[in-house]
Design a protein around this ligand. Structure first.
Ligand code: AHG
Ligand code: MN
Ligand code: MN
Length: 335
C-alpha cells in the first residue's frame, strides 16, 4: 500500500518535469477528479436517495434527461467554471458551449464532456461513466472572441482525454499523450491510486461488442464484418459483450482487446455516438494504447467537427480487429 502512487502525486510530479507549466492543468485535473468523486458518491447512493428517474425535460439530442445526468452536468460545469483553468466548457447536456466571462478567473483550456454516459443503465445498477476531452484554447490573444466554431478542433489536437467509470469500483483512465494510465478509487482514503500503469490494448481480443438488435438496419459491409467475428470460417467465434454504456464497453475493450462497433444504420444514418465527447476522447486513448479508431472511412482523430454535437460511426479497439473490419469495408467498396 505504501508504494502505491496516488493520482494527485503523479500530476504534481509530471508538472515538475515541465518547467513552463503554469499549474492550470494541475488545477483542472484536481477539480475534474473532485467532480467525479462527488458524482461517484451520488451514483452509489442512487438507490437510496430520490435522484433516480427522468427529470421530464428533453436534452439537445432529443432524449429524456435523467436526474443524475443533470446533477453530473451541474457538478462538472460548476467545478470547471470555478477552476480558473478553463475558458470554455462543452457538454452533451448543453446545446451551446459555456464561455467563462472575461472578468472571471479563466485559463487556457477548453473541456468537453459527456457528464453521464450510459444513462439508460442508471436505474438498473449497470456501469456508467463520465467522458472528458481537453484542448488548449485556440487563440490566446482573442480569447473573448471565442465562439463555438473556434472550439471545433480535430481529436488529434486533444492535450488530454479520459473517462471515469462508475462500476464495480470507480476508475479513472486517462492520457496526456504519453501512454494510458488507469487509477482505482480507494474509497477508504478518497484517492485514485495507480492500478493499471501503461495500458496496452492486445493486438486481437476474444470479444466483439455491438448492438445486434440493429442487424437488419446495417448495410451488407457491416453485416459481413460482424459475421466475421461470430461466424468466422477459420477460427473460433468470438464472445459477444454489449453493456450499452460506451465507457463500460470501451473499458473492457481496452483491457481485454477486441472490437467495439457502433456503425451507421438506417435508423442512425450518421451513427449515434457524439464525436467531440464520446468518439474522439476514446479514439485518443485507443491510439495511445496501441489500438485504432475509425468511422469506417477515416481515422476518428482526423475528423474536423462541423457541429459540437456531431455524431459519428465508431469502430474502435484492437488494431488487427479494426483492420479486419476496414478490409471487409474495402471489399464491399465502402471505403
Ligand atoms: P448517453 O447515456 O450519454 O446518452 O450515451 C448512450 C450511448 C452510449 O453510451 C452507448 O454505447 C450507446 O448510447 C448505446 O446505444 P444503443 O442503446 O442504441 O445501443
Ligand atoms: Mn454518452
Ligand atoms: Mn450522457
Amino acid at each position: 500500500m505504501s508504494e502505491v502512487t496516488a493520482i494527485e502525486h503523479l500530476i504534481m510530479s509530471q508538472r515538475r518535469w515541465s518547467p513552463h507549466a503554469t499549474g492550470q492543468f494541475t488545477s483542472l485535473m484536481h477539480d475534474l477528479i473532485l467532480s467525479a468523486k462527488i458524482i461517484s458518491r451520488n451514483v452509489n447512493q442512487a438507490g437510496l436517495v430520490d435522484i433516480l428517474g427522468a427529470t421530464g425535460s428533453v436534452n439537445v439530442q432529443g432524449e429524456q434527461v435523467q436526474k443524475l445526468d443533470t446533477f453530473a452536468n451541474n457538478t462538472l460545469v460548476y467545478r470547471m467554471q470555478t477552476s480558473g483553468a478553463v475558458c470554455a466548457v462543452g457538454s452533451e447536456e448543453m446545446a451551446e458551449p459555456f464561455f467563462v466571462p472575461e472578468n472571471e478567473p479563466h485559463g487556457h483550456y477548453v473541456i468537453f464532456f459527456d457528464p453521464l454516459d450510459g444513462s439508460s443503465n442508471i436505474d438498473v445498477g449497470v456501469s456508467i461513466g463520465t467522458i472528458f476531452s481537453i484542448y488548449r484554447r485556440p487563440d490566446d490573444e482573442q480569447y473573448w472572441l471565442l465562439n463555438a466554431e473556434a472550439l471545433m478542433r480535430p481529436g488529434l489536437e486533444q492535450v488530454a482525454a479520459g473517462y471515469f467509470l462508475y462500476g464495480s469500483s470507480t476508475m479513472l483512465v486517462y492520457s496526456t499523450g504519453h501512454g494510458v494510465n488507469g487509477f482505482t478509487l480507494d474509497t477508504g482514503i478518497g484517492e485514485f491510486l495507480l492500478t493499471h500503469p501503461n495500458i496496452q490494448i492486445p493486438r486481437v481480443g476474444k470479444y466483439y461488442s455491438t448492438n445486434h438488435g440493429y442487424f437488419n438496419y446495417w448495410d451488407e459491409a457491416t453485416q459481413t464484418a460482424v459475421h466475421s467475428f461470430n461466424r468466422p470460417t477459420h477460427e473460433a467465434p468470438r464472445s459477444m459483450r454489449y453493456v450499452g454504456s460506451l465507457v463500460a464497453d470501451f473499458h473492457r475493450t481496452l483491457l481485454k482487446g477486441g472490437v467495439y462497433l457502433y456503425p451507421e444504420d438506417t435508423k442512425h444514418p450518421r451513427g449515434k455516438l457524439r464525436l467531440m465527447y464520446e468518439a474522439a476522447p476514446m479514439a485518443f486513448l485507443a491510439e495511445q494504447a496501441g489500438g485504432k479508431a475509425t468511422d469506417g472511412r477515416q481515422r476518428i482523430l482526423d475528423i474536423v467537427p462541423t457541429a459540437i454535437h456531431m455524431r459519428t460511426p465508431l469502430i474502435i479497439g484492437s488494431a488487427d480487429d479494426v483492420d479486419r473490419v476496414l478490409d471487409i469495408y474495402k471489399e464491399h467498396g465502402k471505403v
